[in-house]
Write a protein that binds this ligand. Structure first.
Ligand code: CP
Ligand code: NVA
Length: 298
C-alpha cells in the first residue's frame, strides 16, 4: 500500500523485463556490495529462496537471520534491532507473526523494510500473482477474482491488490472466517463477501485459495477442517468460473483439503509459474527500492 498504482504497474513491468533478461542470460547486477537482511520468525521455502536467489542474481548478498541465532530471538527490543541492523544492511525483509512488529521495525529502520508475511498480510505474494496474470492474460484491471477460503493474510493482500490494481474481488468464506471488517468497509463495492463458493465463482477470471489453517493456527486444524467443508476448490467449483479461468494458490498446498489434486495439477493451475514469479517480482521490488535511491558505490 506504500506504492501508488502507477509505481506498482511499473514494478510488474520491471519484473517481466528482469525475467526475460535472466532467461536470455543477460546479467544485471546493480546491487553489488548491497545486503538484504532476512528476518524469519516463521518457516518458509519460496520466500527465503526467492529473496536469497534474487539478491545473488542482482549481484548482492542476503543474510538469513532466524530467532534461534539472533538477539531478537532472546528479547532484544525491535526498536534496538532495527536501528542496529539498518545501519549495516541496505534493506530488511521480515516474516513474523504480529503485523505491528514489522511496522515498528520500519519506524526505527533507516532502510526499506519489506513485509514477507505477517498474520495480517502477504503483499510480496500478490506481486507474483498479479505478474502471473499479466503474463498470461494481460492487464488485471477490471478482472473478476474469487477468493475461496479463510479471510486470512493472503485474503487481505488480495483485497489490497483489488484496490491498487483495480479489479473486483468476491470472497467465499464460511461464517465466522470473514476478513478484517475495517479493511472490508474501506474497499466499498470493489470487494463482496458471498458465502456460497459456487455463487462467488461465477464469471470469475481467477479462482484463488490458501490453506485452511495458517502458520500459528496448527492447533485449530481439526476444527477448521470441519468448518471449511464445502470450500474445496475442485473441478465442480472451477466449472462455475469462466472457461479460461486461472487457478492460483500461494503454496504450500494441502491436496484434498482446500484444493483437489486434479485442480492443483490441472490445466488451469498456474501455481508453479506463480511460485517462480516470486523471484522476478521481488527482484523488481529490490531494484525499485534500492537502485534509484542509493548513491553509486560500485
Ligand atoms: N507462498 C509462500 O510465501 O511460501 P513460503 O511460506 O514457502 O515462503
Ligand atoms: N496463509 C498462509 C500463507 C503461507 C504462504 C500462512 O500464513 O501460513
Amino acid at each position: 500500500m506504500d506504492f501508488t498504482p502507477q509505481e506498482l504497474e511499473r514494478l510488474i513491468e520491471k519484473a517481466i523485463e528482469l525475467k526475460t533478461m535472466w532467461q536470455q542470460g543477460d546479467p544485471y547486477s546493480p546491487l553489488k556490495n548491497r545486503t538484504l537482511a532476512m528476518i524469519f520468525d516463521k518457516s518458509s521455502t519460496r520466500t527465503r529462496v526467492s529473496f536469497e536467489v534474487g539478491m545473488t542474481q542482482l549481484g548482492g548478498h542476503a543474510l538469513f537471520l532466524s530467532p534461534d541465532d539472533t538477539q531478537l530471538g532472546r528479547g532484544e527490543p525491535v526498536e534496538d534491532s532495527a536501528r542496529v541492523i539498518s545501519r549495516m544492511a541496505d534493506a530488511i525483509m521480515i516474516r513474523t507473526f504480529e503485523h505491528a512488529m514489522v511496522e515498528k521495525f520500519a519506524q526505527y529502520s533507516q532502510v526499506p523494510v519489506i513485509n514477507a508475511l505477517t498474520d495480517d498480510y502477504h503483499p510480496c505474494q500478490l506481486l507474483a500473482d498479479v505478474m502471473t496474470y499479466v503474463e498470461l492474460r494481460g492487464s488485471i484491471k477490471g478482472a473478476q477474482v474469487t477468493w475461496v477460503g479463510d479471510g486470512n493474510n493472503m485474503c487481505h493482500s488480495w483485497m489490497n491488490a483489488a484496490r491498487q490494481f483495480d479489479f473486483q474481488l468476491k470472497i467465499a468464506c464460511p461464517e465466522g472466517y470473514e476478513p478484517n471488517a475495517q479493511l472490508l468497509a474501506e474497499l466499498g463495492d470493489r470487494v463482496a463477501i458471498i458465502h456460497d463458493p459456487k455463487e462467488a465463482s461465477k464469471n470469475s477470471d481467477i479462482v484463488v485459495t490458501d490453506v485452511w489453517a495458517s502458520m500459528g493456527q496448527e492447533a485449530e486444524q481439526k476444527r477448521r477442517e470441519k468448518d471449511f467443508a464445502g470450500y474445496q476448490v475442485n473441478s465442480e467449483l472451477m466449472a462455475q468460473a469462466n472457461d479460461d479461468a486461472l487457478f492460483m494458490h500461494c503454496l504450500p498446498a494441502h491436496r484434498g483439503e482446500e484444493v483437489s489434486e486434479k485442480v492443483l495439477e490441472g490445466k488451469q493451475s498456474v501455481v508453479w509459474q506463480e511460485a517462480e514469479n516470486r523471484l522476478h517480482a521481488q527482484k523488481a521490488l529490490l531494484v525499485l527500492l534500492l537502485v534509484d535511491q542509493l548513491p553509486d558505490i560500485q
